[in-house]
Design a protein around this ligand. Structure first.
Ligand SMILES: [Zn+2]
Length: 420
């Protein structure tokens, strides 16, 4: 038990969230897209706040905004805490923002408790975490770890702007992104507080959630091939209708993913195209995409393989054919045991009971996916009312955000003595 008086201020955190909420598009609450004047204005405020707190403020080559608090052992790699201040269009006031303003509160809490860490502490606002109009997401964290490819850098948005030009305008130095990329071991630990964006914490009445890992995702495209025929003249027994076959495949994915596995698995069908898509023609061909997510890579592979085997059998049973293409695959990120246990201990110390925090995977990607390439990462979730996110209704009460700030501070103090 760390007997420290670490007192997060709900009022200060709330005031910071309110300030950023006001720097949004009034016609499309609460939008603050990256590489816009509003984004710059929000970051100008953030840099000012960081400077007021006595942090050394700078922007790296990828234009991430960083506030650095010196440690007593400057030779140590920094402990990093970050999130993002950009939003999706029509997004909320908490996604990303909660993590950044909690970073500011951490610094205030440490100062008020008169604690100097051994490690430097870096508070980061990662550039453009959400999907951008350039077709790239987690732009800043990719740049920070040297994972922003040439193609990504030169991608254009619908207005014809090139991504690296926008990074330069946002205060970065694209020519130096690779030289400045942080190497494995150059960050002692990366921690992020984020809203859950799902219903688990609210449904189970837990104010905090320790993230066990970030899910990997496998995506496929499936084409079911039948035969288009006249909808009036072709008897039911003589059809080669691709749509009911596809329907069976949709239900089958749900059935397989609803089974109990060693880790949770979710599977989703989307982007369904019916051809021809007419009321008076038997559908000849249906294409759809599906994805499977879990924090267990082997389990994703097993579930996909089993599903595709079942899909082939179901389609063949109907005398139709099937084409399967693998689209993309991202690996799950594991939260290392020492980070997870530091966060769990910190939650117990903050909440005063073992039963009040949850352990759960992150079903969405974050900057942590990129940081995990060079550093051990950990995440703390706070509840999203109704599980809602990426919408104007997105809401998290201030109390769990403040509790999250305290837990994060405790975890950092613990890790400061236990990581190099
Ligand atoms: Zn986010």
């Amino acid at each position: 038990m760390i007997r420290l008086s670490l007192k997060p201020s709900e009022a200060r955190i709330w005031s910071d969230i309110e300030t950023l909420s006001k720097i949004t598009n009034p016609e499309r609450p609460w939008t603050r897209r990256p590489f816009t004047a509003l984004y710059e204005e929000g970051r100008a405020w953030l840099k000012q706040e960081m400077a007021t707190l006595g942090l050394e403020v700078y922007q790296d080559a990828a234009s991430n905004v960083i506030g650095r608090l010196a440690g007593s052992k400057p030779e140590l790699s920094p402990i990093m805490v970050g999130s993002h201040t950009d939003t999706v269009t029509g997004g909320g006031r908490f996604d990303g923002i909660a993590g950044v303003v909690v970073g500011l509160e951490l610094v205030r809490m440490l100062k008020e408790a008169d604690i100097q860490l051994d490690h430097p502490l870096e508070i980061v606002d990662f550039t453009a975490e959400e999907p951008t109009d350039f077709g790239v997401s987690t732009v800043g964290s990719r740049g920070m770890v040297g994972n922003l490819s040439e193609d990504m850098r030169n991608s254009r948005d619908p207005e014809g702007r090139v991504l690296i030009d926008c990074i330069a305008e946002a205060g970065g130095n694209p020519a130096r992104i690779d030289q400045e990329a942080r190497k494995q071991g150059s960050v002692a630990a990366y921690l992020e507080l984020h809203i859950e964006q799902g219903p688990v914490l609210v449904e189970t009445s837990r104010p905090l959630g320790v993230v066990t890992g970030i899910v990997g995702i496998s995506r496929y495209q499936v084409t079911v091939i039948g035969q288009p025929d006249h909808a009036g003249t072709t008897p039911m027994t003589m059809r080669r209708d691709a749509l009911p076959a596809a329907g069976e495949l949709f239900v089958e994915l749900e059935t397989i993913c609803r089974k109990a596995y060693s880790s949770p698995v979710v599977g989703t069908v989307g982007v369904v195209n019916v051809n021809p898509n007419a009321a008076n023609v038997v559908p000849g061909e249906v294409t759809f995409k599906f994805e499977v997510r879990s924090i267990d890579a082997a389990l994703i592979a097993e579930v996909c393989e089993h599903y595709l085997e079942r899909a082939r059998a179901l389609v063949e049973n109907r005398g139709l054919s099937i084409r399967i293409e693998a689209l993309t695959r991202s690996e799950p990120v594991t939260v290392p045991e020492h980070i997870r246990s530091a966060l769990a201990l910190a939650c117990r110390e903050t909440l005063g009971s073992d039963s009040l925090y949850a352990e759960l995977p992150s079903g969405a990607g974050h900057d942590g996916n990129q940081l995990s390439r060079i550093a051990p990462i950990g995440m703390l979730f706070v509840p999203s009312l109704g599980g809602r996110s990426h919408c104007p209704e997105e809401w998290t009460d201030i109390q769990p955000i403040a509790q999250g700030a305290e837990a994060l501070a405790r975890a950092i103090i613990h890790l400061d003595k236990n990581v190099v």
